[in-house]
Design a binder for this molecule. Sequence first.
Ligand code: ADP
Length: 378
Amino acid sequence: MASRSDENGRERIVQANPPDDGAETGAGGRSLEDQALEIAAQNRSSVESESRMSQDLRPREFREYVGQKPVVDSISIAVMASRQRGDTLDHALFHGPPGLGKTTIAHIIARELDSQLIHTSGPALERPADVVGLLSNLKAGDVLFIDEIHRLSHAVEEYLYSAMEDFRVDFMTGSGAFAKSINLPLQPFTLIGSTTRAGMLSAPLRERFGLAYHLDFYSTEELAQVVTRSSGILKVEIDKDGALEIAKRSRGTPRISNRLLRRVRDFSEVRHDGRVNQSIASVALEIEGVDSLGLDRLDRLYLTTLSKNYNGGPAGIQALAATINEDQQTLEDVVEPFLLKIGFIVRTPQGRRTTLEGFEHLGLPPRLNGPAGQGTLL
Ligand code: ADP
């Protein structure tokens, strides 16, 4: 059975990986129904537990989940209410930059609902048969988690509409005179979608989520709590200032806090006695190329390119991506949200611009040709 129980027998996680054989829908004479059944069977037998490391540090209950209080308050009430009524939870959408805890919260929800979580992603559901197979295999109360839901193809997305709204899928099998429409009833389930780009979701899909939440960057104090909690699990001896130093350099993101903590631990074990304080953390992170505000090499390359090559902008994202030879989506999803958040860049209709603070951080004289959201300096 494609499920895995944890030590309490709760929250079974199933990794749904449709096969990537490149077949077109309905190709090779196989009907969508056949393909769906095959995929359902493969999903049942493809058990993959999550990477042990991230499982270890991932909070398992709402009370362990640091920060995002308004989100946690609201979703935990919705979960409790649906449990009390014995109902399925409304479909929920989480959006925000990567590493802020969207997947983690989906796992917590499944645990609290005592449900199985089936984990898949938008790009993995390439063909309608992938999604029909997955949906027909769901049991009552299952939580279907679709990461990067904005990357679902339009054809696949359309199958989700009736699945989400009426718990059924309609599809055609056969062709020509033998074409038949099949209406497949589904078990009631909860879809949890996660996206870094809520704006890219089509309106019909977005409207089918009864619950929608935005996760924001974490404060330094919250990230220090994440570091302290993770240090306890990893058995790293760290003092308060050491935790704060890592937190300050984590770009508001718990995933980065955990990664930096591991790097600092390595450094301390090799160069010191394994314990971590503020100065050890700061030296270790300088070596990692993480500056005092948490900007890494890519952040600085982006900011320097915009500020020097483009004189502070305005510059289009495509031009910037081509100049630094980096994927545009990475820049938009990973680099820009934090630079916008700390006010080092602004987005204008003409393109991206470096702000006064951005120039100052790089130690460059400001070159703000025109309105950049904070007046004009020439
Ligand atoms: P996302 O799905 O938004 O990309 P994840 O849920 O995978 O992010 O979170 C990345 C890691 O950060 C998790 O493995 C977890 O250890 C940690 N993390 C995320 N959010 C929190 C939180 N609120 N409290 C503590 N740790 C967190």
